[in-house]
Design a protein around this ligand. Structure first.
Ligand SMILES: [Zn+2]
Length: 319
Protein backbone atom coordinates (compact mmCIF):
# COMPACT_ATOMS: atom_id res chain seq x y z
CA UNK A 1 0.00 0.00 0.00
CA UNK A 2 2.83 2.33 0.89
CA UNK A 3 4.37 1.76 -2.54
CA UNK A 4 1.11 2.79 -4.22
CA UNK A 5 1.13 6.04 -2.27
CA UNK A 6 4.81 6.62 -3.05
CA UNK A 7 4.05 6.26 -6.77
CA UNK A 8 1.06 8.56 -6.32
CA UNK A 9 3.35 11.14 -4.65
CA UNK A 10 5.72 11.05 -7.64
CA UNK A 11 2.82 11.31 -10.11
CA UNK A 12 1.28 14.22 -8.19
CA UNK A 13 4.69 15.93 -8.23
CA UNK A 14 5.07 15.41 -11.98
CA UNK A 15 1.61 16.92 -12.58
CA UNK A 16 2.42 19.88 -10.31
CA UNK A 17 5.68 20.19 -12.27
CA UNK A 18 3.61 20.45 -15.44
CA UNK A 19 1.65 23.30 -13.82
CA UNK A 20 4.96 24.91 -12.74
CA UNK A 21 6.01 24.87 -16.42
CA UNK A 22 2.91 26.93 -17.19
CA UNK A 23 3.79 29.35 -14.36
CA UNK A 24 7.41 29.55 -15.53
CA UNK A 25 6.26 30.44 -19.03
CA UNK A 26 3.40 32.79 -18.14
CA UNK A 27 4.38 34.67 -14.96
CA UNK A 28 7.33 36.63 -16.41
CA UNK A 29 5.24 37.46 -19.51
CA UNK A 30 2.39 38.78 -17.37
CA UNK A 31 -0.21 36.58 -19.07
CA UNK A 32 -1.06 34.35 -16.13
CA UNK A 33 -4.34 36.05 -15.24
CA UNK A 34 -5.63 36.47 -18.79
CA UNK A 35 -8.29 33.78 -18.40
CA UNK A 36 -8.02 30.00 -18.27
CA UNK A 37 -6.78 29.45 -21.78
CA UNK A 38 -5.68 25.91 -22.61
CA UNK A 39 -2.01 25.42 -23.26
CA UNK A 40 -0.87 26.11 -26.78
CA UNK A 41 2.35 25.67 -28.72
CA UNK A 42 4.75 28.59 -28.07
CA UNK A 43 6.02 28.32 -31.67
CA UNK A 44 2.91 28.15 -33.86
CA UNK A 45 0.09 28.79 -31.36
CA UNK A 46 -1.81 25.55 -32.09
CA UNK A 47 -3.70 23.96 -29.20
CA UNK A 48 -1.84 21.05 -27.61
CA UNK A 49 -3.91 17.82 -27.36
CA UNK A 50 -4.18 16.59 -23.77
CA UNK A 51 -2.27 13.32 -24.35
CA UNK A 52 0.76 15.31 -25.54
CA UNK A 53 0.49 17.30 -22.31
CA UNK A 54 1.11 14.25 -20.10
CA UNK A 55 3.97 15.08 -17.73
CA UNK A 56 7.35 13.60 -18.78
CA UNK A 57 5.70 10.87 -20.94
CA UNK A 58 4.28 13.39 -23.42
CA UNK A 59 7.76 14.68 -24.17
CA UNK A 60 9.19 11.14 -24.41
CA UNK A 61 6.42 9.95 -26.81
CA UNK A 62 6.93 12.97 -29.04
CA UNK A 63 10.72 12.57 -28.82
CA UNK A 64 11.05 16.23 -27.93
CA UNK A 65 9.33 17.54 -31.07
CA UNK A 66 6.04 19.44 -31.16
CA UNK A 67 3.14 17.55 -32.77
CA UNK A 68 1.87 20.61 -34.64
CA UNK A 69 4.95 22.18 -36.20
CA UNK A 70 7.78 19.72 -35.37
CA UNK A 71 9.66 22.48 -33.56
CA UNK A 72 11.99 21.26 -30.81
CA UNK A 73 10.45 21.22 -27.31
CA UNK A 74 12.97 22.20 -24.65
CA UNK A 75 14.13 19.36 -22.39
CA UNK A 76 13.50 21.81 -19.56
CA UNK A 77 9.78 20.89 -19.55
CA UNK A 78 10.18 17.17 -18.73
CA UNK A 79 13.13 18.05 -16.47
CA UNK A 80 11.04 20.37 -14.29
CA UNK A 81 8.31 17.69 -14.16
CA UNK A 82 10.78 14.97 -13.22
CA UNK A 83 12.57 17.07 -10.57
CA UNK A 84 9.24 18.06 -8.98
CA UNK A 85 8.07 14.43 -9.05
CA UNK A 86 11.33 13.23 -7.48
CA UNK A 87 11.12 15.99 -4.85
CA UNK A 88 7.56 15.00 -3.91
CA UNK A 89 8.63 11.35 -3.65
CA UNK A 90 11.56 12.37 -1.43
CA UNK A 91 9.28 14.49 0.78
CA UNK A 92 6.81 11.61 1.06
CA UNK A 93 9.57 9.27 2.22
CA UNK A 94 10.99 11.97 4.55
CA UNK A 95 7.68 12.75 6.27
CA UNK A 96 6.69 9.05 6.31
CA UNK A 97 2.94 9.70 6.67
CA UNK A 98 2.25 5.95 7.09
CA UNK A 99 2.26 5.04 10.74
CA UNK A 100 1.23 1.45 11.50
CA UNK A 101 -0.49 1.03 8.15
CA UNK A 102 -2.54 4.21 8.53
CA UNK A 103 -2.17 7.69 7.12
CA UNK A 104 -1.24 10.22 9.80
CA UNK A 105 -3.04 13.51 9.10
CA UNK A 106 -0.43 15.74 10.82
CA UNK A 107 2.33 14.31 8.66
CA UNK A 108 0.17 14.67 5.56
CA UNK A 109 -0.22 18.38 6.39
CA UNK A 110 3.57 18.72 6.81
CA UNK A 111 4.04 16.94 3.47
CA UNK A 112 1.66 19.37 1.78
CA UNK A 113 3.45 22.40 3.29
CA UNK A 114 6.83 21.03 2.12
CA UNK A 115 5.34 20.37 -1.31
CA UNK A 116 4.02 23.93 -1.60
CA UNK A 117 7.39 25.32 -0.56
CA UNK A 118 9.46 23.16 -2.90
CA UNK A 119 7.11 23.86 -5.86
CA UNK A 120 7.25 27.60 -5.23
CA UNK A 121 11.06 27.52 -5.03
CA UNK A 122 11.48 25.41 -8.18
CA UNK A 123 9.34 27.85 -10.18
CA UNK A 124 11.14 30.87 -8.67
CA UNK A 125 14.59 29.41 -9.42
CA UNK A 126 13.85 28.55 -13.06
CA UNK A 127 12.21 31.94 -13.68
CA UNK A 128 15.18 33.71 -12.08
CA UNK A 129 17.62 31.71 -14.25
CA UNK A 130 15.76 32.77 -17.41
CA UNK A 131 14.62 36.31 -16.65
CA UNK A 132 16.60 37.38 -13.54
CA UNK A 133 13.40 38.20 -11.68
CA UNK A 134 11.60 36.66 -8.71
CA UNK A 135 7.87 37.15 -9.43
CA UNK A 136 5.60 38.86 -6.89
CA UNK A 137 2.91 36.17 -7.13
CA UNK A 138 5.32 33.53 -5.81
CA UNK A 139 6.86 35.80 -3.15
CA UNK A 140 3.57 37.14 -1.78
CA UNK A 141 1.85 33.74 -1.73
CA UNK A 142 4.87 32.29 0.11
CA UNK A 143 4.95 35.20 2.57
CA UNK A 144 1.22 34.84 3.29
CA UNK A 145 1.43 31.05 3.80
CA UNK A 146 4.51 31.49 6.02
CA UNK A 147 2.82 34.04 8.29
CA UNK A 148 -0.41 31.99 8.55
CA UNK A 149 1.60 28.86 9.42
CA UNK A 150 3.51 30.81 12.11
CA UNK A 151 0.18 31.46 13.78
CA UNK A 152 -1.57 28.12 13.23
CA UNK A 153 1.33 25.66 13.09
CA UNK A 154 3.94 27.12 15.48
CA UNK A 155 5.59 23.65 15.64
CA UNK A 156 7.35 24.69 12.43
CA UNK A 157 9.20 27.31 14.49
CA UNK A 158 10.02 25.22 17.54
CA UNK A 159 13.68 24.74 16.75
CA UNK A 160 14.53 28.40 16.50
CA UNK A 161 12.27 30.34 18.79
CA UNK A 162 13.76 33.75 19.46
CA UNK A 163 10.71 34.26 21.63
CA UNK A 164 11.07 30.98 23.51
CA UNK A 165 11.50 32.76 26.83
CA UNK A 166 8.22 34.67 26.51
CA UNK A 167 6.36 31.86 28.26
CA UNK A 168 3.35 34.02 29.09
CA UNK A 169 2.41 34.00 25.39
CA UNK A 170 0.79 31.02 23.72
CA UNK A 171 2.72 29.02 21.12
CA UNK A 172 0.65 30.51 18.28
CA UNK A 173 1.57 34.07 19.30
CA UNK A 174 5.26 33.14 19.65
CA UNK A 175 5.24 31.32 16.32
CA UNK A 176 3.64 34.32 14.65
CA UNK A 177 6.21 36.70 16.24
CA UNK A 178 9.04 34.45 15.08
CA UNK A 179 7.52 34.39 11.61
CA UNK A 180 6.89 38.12 11.28
CA UNK A 181 10.26 39.13 12.77
CA UNK A 182 11.92 36.71 10.35
CA UNK A 183 10.11 38.39 7.47
CA UNK A 184 11.23 41.84 8.70
CA UNK A 185 14.86 40.76 9.25
CA UNK A 186 15.06 38.94 5.90
CA UNK A 187 13.41 41.68 3.87
CA UNK A 188 15.11 44.50 5.80
CA UNK A 189 18.56 43.01 5.43
CA UNK A 190 18.25 42.58 1.66
CA UNK A 191 16.72 46.03 1.38
CA UNK A 192 19.72 47.57 3.19
CA UNK A 193 22.07 45.67 0.89
CA UNK A 194 20.14 47.02 -2.10
CA UNK A 195 20.35 50.59 -0.79
CA UNK A 196 24.08 50.31 0.04
CA UNK A 197 24.70 48.75 -3.37
CA UNK A 198 22.93 51.63 -5.06
CA UNK A 199 25.04 54.13 -3.12
CA UNK A 200 28.30 52.28 -3.73
CA UNK A 201 27.91 51.35 -7.40
CA UNK A 202 25.47 54.05 -8.45
CA UNK A 203 23.29 51.44 -10.09
CA UNK A 204 20.67 48.87 -9.14
CA UNK A 205 22.68 46.11 -7.45
CA UNK A 206 19.67 44.01 -6.53
CA UNK A 207 16.04 44.06 -7.54
CA UNK A 208 13.30 44.28 -4.95
CA UNK A 209 12.38 40.70 -5.91
CA UNK A 210 15.18 39.47 -3.64
CA UNK A 211 13.88 41.66 -0.80
CA UNK A 212 10.37 40.18 -1.05
CA UNK A 213 11.80 36.69 -1.48
CA UNK A 214 13.82 36.96 1.74
CA UNK A 215 10.74 38.27 3.60
CA UNK A 216 9.01 35.07 2.39
CA UNK A 217 11.97 32.97 3.60
CA UNK A 218 11.97 34.75 6.97
CA UNK A 219 8.26 34.08 7.48
CA UNK A 220 9.01 30.35 7.26
CA UNK A 221 12.38 30.28 9.01
CA UNK A 222 12.36 33.05 11.62
CA UNK A 223 15.18 35.61 12.07
CA UNK A 224 17.93 33.10 12.90
CA UNK A 225 16.98 30.86 10.00
CA UNK A 226 16.89 33.68 7.49
CA UNK A 227 20.44 34.72 8.49
CA UNK A 228 21.64 31.14 8.03
CA UNK A 229 19.91 31.08 4.63
CA UNK A 230 21.76 34.19 3.52
CA UNK A 231 25.09 32.78 4.75
CA UNK A 232 24.56 29.49 2.89
CA UNK A 233 23.41 31.27 -0.28
CA UNK A 234 26.45 33.57 -0.19
CA UNK A 235 28.84 30.60 0.17
CA UNK A 236 27.12 28.50 -2.54
CA UNK A 237 26.64 31.52 -4.80
CA UNK A 238 30.23 32.69 -4.65
CA UNK A 239 31.71 29.22 -5.24
CA UNK A 240 29.41 28.47 -8.20
CA UNK A 241 29.49 32.09 -9.38
CA UNK A 242 33.30 32.14 -9.60
CA UNK A 243 33.31 28.81 -11.47
CA UNK A 244 30.59 29.91 -13.91
CA UNK A 245 32.12 33.31 -14.60
CA UNK A 246 35.53 31.69 -15.20
CA UNK A 247 34.05 29.09 -17.55
CA UNK A 248 31.57 31.22 -19.45
CA UNK A 249 32.71 34.79 -18.84
CA UNK A 250 29.16 35.62 -17.71
CA UNK A 251 29.54 37.42 -14.39
CA UNK A 252 25.83 38.09 -13.94
CA UNK A 253 24.42 34.89 -12.54
CA UNK A 254 21.10 35.22 -10.71
CA UNK A 255 21.22 34.89 -6.93
CA UNK A 256 17.67 33.50 -6.59
CA UNK A 257 18.47 29.79 -7.07
CA UNK A 258 21.13 30.00 -4.35
CA UNK A 259 18.75 31.77 -1.97
CA UNK A 260 16.22 29.02 -2.72
CA UNK A 261 18.80 26.31 -2.04
CA UNK A 262 19.87 27.96 1.24
CA UNK A 263 16.19 28.32 2.14
CA UNK A 264 15.54 24.58 1.67
CA UNK A 265 18.73 23.55 3.48
CA UNK A 266 17.76 25.74 6.45
CA UNK A 267 14.13 24.60 6.37
CA UNK A 268 15.04 20.91 6.52
CA UNK A 269 18.40 20.91 8.30
CA UNK A 270 18.66 24.34 9.98
CA UNK A 271 19.54 23.31 13.55
CA UNK A 272 22.14 20.76 12.39
CA UNK A 273 23.69 23.22 9.92
CA UNK A 274 23.94 26.09 12.40
CA UNK A 275 25.40 23.74 15.01
CA UNK A 276 28.03 22.69 12.48
CA UNK A 277 28.79 26.23 11.30
CA UNK A 278 28.89 27.94 14.69
CA UNK A 279 29.96 25.16 17.12
CA UNK A 280 31.44 21.98 15.63
CA UNK A 281 33.53 23.63 12.90
CA UNK A 282 35.10 26.47 15.00
CA UNK A 283 35.79 24.00 17.83
CA UNK A 284 37.49 21.61 15.40
CA UNK A 285 39.57 24.52 14.01
CA UNK A 286 40.72 25.44 17.54
CA UNK A 287 41.51 21.94 18.79
CA UNK A 288 42.71 19.80 15.90
CA UNK A 289 46.47 20.01 15.12
CA UNK A 290 45.92 19.26 11.42
CA UNK A 291 43.13 21.85 11.01
CA UNK A 292 45.26 24.81 9.89
CA UNK A 293 47.49 22.96 7.37
CA UNK A 294 44.44 21.12 6.02
CA UNK A 295 42.45 24.33 5.47
CA UNK A 296 45.47 26.10 3.92
CA UNK A 297 46.11 23.10 1.66
CA UNK A 298 42.47 23.04 0.60
CA UNK A 299 42.52 26.78 -0.22
CA UNK A 300 45.74 26.24 -2.23
CA UNK A 301 44.12 23.40 -4.18
CA UNK A 302 41.08 25.59 -4.89
CA UNK A 303 43.32 28.39 -6.18
CA UNK A 304 45.24 25.94 -8.40
CA UNK A 305 41.93 24.59 -9.70
CA UNK A 306 40.73 28.10 -10.51
CA UNK A 307 43.94 28.91 -12.41
CA UNK A 308 43.61 25.64 -14.31
CA UNK A 309 39.99 26.45 -15.24
CA UNK A 310 41.05 29.92 -16.25
CA UNK A 311 43.76 28.61 -18.58
CA UNK A 312 41.27 26.12 -20.05
CA UNK A 313 38.93 28.97 -20.76
CA UNK A 314 41.64 31.08 -22.34
CA UNK A 315 42.59 28.21 -24.62
CA UNK A 316 38.99 27.45 -25.52
CA UNK A 317 37.90 31.04 -25.35
CA UNK A 318 38.42 31.91 -28.98
CA UNK A 319 34.93 30.86 -30.07
ZN1 LIG B 1 3.61 24.27 -32.86
Amino acid sequence: METVFAIAAFTLGACIGSFLNVLIYRLPRGIFFSGGKRSHCPHCGALIPSYANLPILGWVFLRGKALCCKEKISIEYPLVEFVTGAAFLGLFLYRAPFVGGQLNSERIILFLIDAFLVSNLIAASVIDLHHKILPDVLNYSGLAVGLILGLFLPELHQDHFVFRQLTSLGPGARGFMDSISGAIVGGGLLYSIAVLGRLAFRKEAMGLGDVKFMAFAGAFLGPEGVLLTLLLAAILGSVVGILVSLLTGDSLIPFGPFLALGFLMTYFQGPNLSQFAFETWPKWLRTSPIAVPLVLGFCGLCLLGLFWLRSLRRRGGSD
